[in-house]
Design a protein around this ligand. Structure first.
Ligand code: ANZ
Ligand code: ZN
Length: 849
């Protein structure tokens, strides 16, 4: 074929790879390399974000394979989740049907992109043969106390009758229906990730292949603080209020107590005369969402309970308040309030007229409580603190903590911001939690032999409150495995983050039927050598996956401590937004010559933003492939920006990539006859030698740019330059061997980026067996050696000429060549040379006057 026909060759090579099982990963003597991209949610169609993510991964997978590694590069589907249920409600299709159809669509789309997956390992998390093993892991965790049930306060939408994650609450209202969200106490299943808080924190230091910002986010999320727990007795009652503080140095300055509205002691602390007001306050706080309650600009309010606590170090009576900014699930849910040294307490004390006592005096100013207009949160010396006066406050933290321990009022503790992971969802389309409730035996785990607890398919999904599972009698009603009596199944399903917490391990043995993991396979392949995905998963997904790895290790299922050795977070795919005054956002093809195709009005081009359906600034990968082919789509996504940066979509860029592939095609075809059978001779001179040097330089650069650095854009740019050099080479006829070497290098270097065209051209160049078996090219060090170099000559700092000298010329000969250069000599006429500065291989500066 004389012309580059992307469509034709792409289908042909995809069929070839499939037939030959080119990308099948096998455990053999070669070094393993596990390359993984975050698996997609089967929403229906792939978008440009997927194209980019998976193109990046595919370059690495193909490159490593060519380098001789045994590469594991799997693909699958994160197939449980809300959108399937919403689609069911809207269109009346079953979530399962919807999901599997989407998977079929998207699999076909990915295949059209030519990604080098081992499709034999494909998995869908909604498949019983996947989630049965997840249920088994849960049972093992339950046995070890790592999965437990407790009642807790959750965001609850009274209209949708379901729990909402914090991210699903917008300004205190449900993201779906707009109803005000309540805090509801519910029995929920939790995973004890807090048992691993310290290890998860410590091991961040071992993840040198992760971006620093991601590690920082993980550390902040874990949020370790050291401090004290202190018990304050309640006046005239046999009660104690325990607080967590990071500032024991301010203990003498505590003038009141703040408790969370949900604190279990609220009823006991409230005096009869205060009851009505307290109850009203508690009811109001419960409607406020947790994320906002702690933000700085949230209005701080509270209510007095009528009780007093006693400060154990100075006997001061501290009124006990409830405050909206104190959260039950941090520390102990109670705070000793020090208005002089904590800004929230300061504002609260001003509002409710509570006295203040200064206990830390800064070094270079004198604070006076009467005129303070904000809390002093800095360091200083202790005052009004009895025996601790005069100590600097860092020392005082230690001393007061020791004193409290000695007196039995408190102890040093470490507190983590990280909470146990609530995994219960009142959802249908998820993994059933394998638990049975028996009126006699209580919570009974489903026996392992009865797994999987299969999600029933014959459900009615109406969108009305609650989970359809709770209305499915055949699912709900069962017998107790212990006593055989009538019992009821758990109807909650897992948070879908559970599935994505171990899929990377299951890929190593996706059809293993004796347990979740085949120890030998998982220990062979893990850790993932390179993980690639979006920054939006920097905290939750990556933290949960790390947690699960440690849990599976402690359950004896695998040996690794960490799942992902290297992490690359790719940027977003962005595009201009276009809008019409009458029709709002327009798809790019709806704007023709600056006019709206619906009404003819002039359109406005808005900001470049992340591609999204809502703003209509999207490009459909299928259309792109139909028009240009997968290789162009891949090339553009890799060439337009470095992977970790945002990529701005533009049609001209795509056109440019397409033209480049034509150019490569033509360079090979135009020279085919000439170079057929030509020997590659290393001994050449002049322009031929220069071209060889560029070939080997390019091999070196592309290799180094890809390997661990992901500088795909500069790698591609250097191959483009090489192609230019091939076109510009004037001694084609005299040096067919050099031409062949240059063209073959071009094809081999481009193969990881644009595999279809390269396979085709490689065959045209007379090679049987496919480019995969050719391996990655090496560069020839001797070809890199320069035989001459060009040096700039300055006179008094101004460039006056250039000289070309032997590559190994010494200083003396450089100096002489510089002084003899004709233009330089002209500038030196009539002057005396005072000094000659030689910067080897760069320039010579002559100082003359
Ligand atoms: C007394 C004090 C004095 C505090 C002072 C701060 C400054 P980090 O570093 O985030 O761990 N706190 C404790 N539990 C709380 C809860 N459930 N809700 C809201 N606030 C809570 O901060 C710990 C500090 O946050 C603790 O130290 C406590 O206030 C507050 F000059 O105790 B501090
Ligand atoms: Zn029973």
């Amino acid at each position: 074929e004389e012309r580059y026909d992307a469509g034709g060759i792409e289908g042909k090579w995809q069929a070839h790879w499939e037939k030959e099982q080119t990308f099948k990963a096998a455990q053999d003597g070669r070094d393993k390399y596990y390359l993984l991209e975050m698996f997609p949610y089967p929403s229906g169609r792939i978008h440009m974000g997927h194209v980019r993510n998976y193109s990046i991964g595919d370059v690495v997978a193909r490159f490593k394979r060519l380098q001789g590694f045994n590469v594991l590069h799997p693909m699958g589907w994160d197939a449980f989740g809300m959108p399937a249920e919403n689609a069911a409600i809207q269109h009346g299709t079953h979530p399962g049907k919807w999901t599997y159809e989407n998977i079929d669509n998207m699999r076909a789309q990915l295949k059209k992109m030519g990604f080098s997956y081992d499709w034999d390992r494909e998995l869908a998390t909604c498949h019983p043969e996947y989630y049965r093993w997840e249920q088994l892991i849960f049972l093992k965790m339950f046995e070890k106390g790592l999965a437990y049930k407790k009642s807790s306060f959750v965001n609850w939408c009274p209209d949708c009758q379901t729990v909402l994650a914090n991210e699903q609450v917008e300004n205190g209202a449900c993201w779906r229906c707009g109803m005000l969200v309540e805090q509801k106490e519910l029995e929920q299943w939790f995973f004890k990730i807090t048992d691993y808080a310290q290890e998860l924190l410590d091991d961040t230091c071992r993840l040198s292949g992760w971006p620093e910002p991601v590690l920082t986010m993980q550390r902040n999320w874990i949020g370790r603080s050291t401090g004290c727990e202190i018990a304050f007795p309640v006046a005239d009652a046999d009660l104690q209020i325990r607080v967590f503080t990071t500032r024991p140095d301010t203990l003498f300055g505590a003038t009141f107590m703040s408790l969370a509205a949900e604190h279990p002691m609220v009823a006991d602390l409230t005096t009869p005369d205060r009851r009505a007001e307290v109850e009203a306050f508690v009811a109001r706080v419960r409607t406020q969402d947790k994320a906002r309650r702690t933000s700085d600009d949230f209005v701080k309010e509270g209510v007095f309970t009528g009780s007093y606590a006693i400060n154990p170090v100075n006997g001061l009576r501290l009124p006990v308040f409830l405050a909206n900014f104190v959260l039950m699930d941090y520390g102990t849910g109670a705070v000793m309030a020090v208005p002089t040294h904590d800004q929230r307490d300061f504002e609260f004390a001003r509002k409710y007229d509570i006295p203040m006592v200064l206990v830390i005096q800064p070094e270079n100013q004198t604070l006076d409580v009467a005129v303070m207009d904000e809390a002093w949160v800095g360091s200083g010396c202790l005052v009004n603190s009895g025996p601790f006066d005069g100590l600097d406050n860092e020392t005082a933290k230690e001393k007061i903590a020791e004193y409290l321990e000695a007196q039995g009022f408190g102890r040093k503790t470490i507190n983590y911001r990280l909470r146990d992971w609530g995994v219960s969802r009142q959802r249908y389309w998820g993994t059933p939690i394998p638990i049975i409730y028996c009126p006699h035996c209580g919570i009974v785990p489903v026996p392992e032999k009865d797994l999987p607890v299969v999600l029933p398919m014959d459900v009615e999904i109406s969108g009305e409150g609650g989970s359809p599972l709770a209305r499915h009698q055949a699912f709900l009603k069962t017998n107790c495995p212990t006593c055989g009596g009538d019992a009821r199944r758990e109807t909650d399903t897992f948070d879908t983050f559970v599935e994505s917490s171990w899929y990377f391990a299951r890929y190593t043995c996706p059809r293993f039927d004796q347990g979740p993991l085949d120890r030998e396979a998982v220990d062979h392949w893990l850790p993932v050598d390179q993980y690639i995905g979006g920054i939006e998963h920097a905290v939750m997904h990556l933290l949960y996956a790390r947690f699960f790895t440690k849990v599976m290790r402690d359950l004896g299922m695998l040996s690794q401590d960490e799942p992902f050795r290297n992490l690359l977070t790719q940027g977003m795919v962005c595009m201009d937004t276009v809008s019409c005054p009458a029709h709002g956002w327009l798809f790019p093809e709806q704007a023709v010559d600056g006019k709206c195709s619906l009404c003819g009005a002039s359109v406005k081009t808005g900001r470049t933003e992340k591609m999204s359906k809502s703003k209509k600034n999207v490009v459909d990968p299928d259309q792109l492939i139909a028009r240009y082919g997968a290789d162009t789509a891949r090339l553009f996504s890799l060439f337009a920006a470095p992977p970790e940066k945002d990529l701005e979509w533009n049609e001209q860029g795509v056109e440019g990539c397409y033209r480049f592939l034509h150019r490569v095609w033509r360079a090979v075809y135009d020279n085919l006859e000439r170079i057929a059978g030509a020997d590659i001779l290393p001994e050449v001179d002049g322009a031929a030698r220069d071209l060889r040097r560029q070939v080997h330089r390019t091999i070196k650069k592309v290799t180094e740019d890809i390997d661990g650095r992901f500088h795909f854009n500069t790698a591609i740019a250097s191959v483009m330059e090489l192609v230019n050099a091939v076109y510009g080479f004037e001694e084609k006829a005299r040096h067919p061997g050099v031409m062949r070497e240059a063209l073959e290098a071009t094809v081999r270097l481009l193969a990881p980026f644009v595999p279809h065209i390269c396979e085709e051209l490689w065959t045209c160049l007379g090679h049987a067996g496919g480019i995969e078996s050719a391996g990655w090219p090496d560069w020839d060090e001797t070809a890199l050696v320069e035989d001459s170099k060009t040096i700039v000559v300055q006179v008094n700092g101004k460039v006056r000429g250039k000289v070309t000298v032997a590559a190994d010329a010494d200083e003396a000969s450089l100096r002489q060549a510089a002084l003899e250069e004709s233009n330089v000599a002209r500038f030196l006429e009539g002057k005396t040379v005072r000094k000659v500065v030689v910067v080897p291989s760069r320039l010579v500066n002559i100082v003359a006057s």
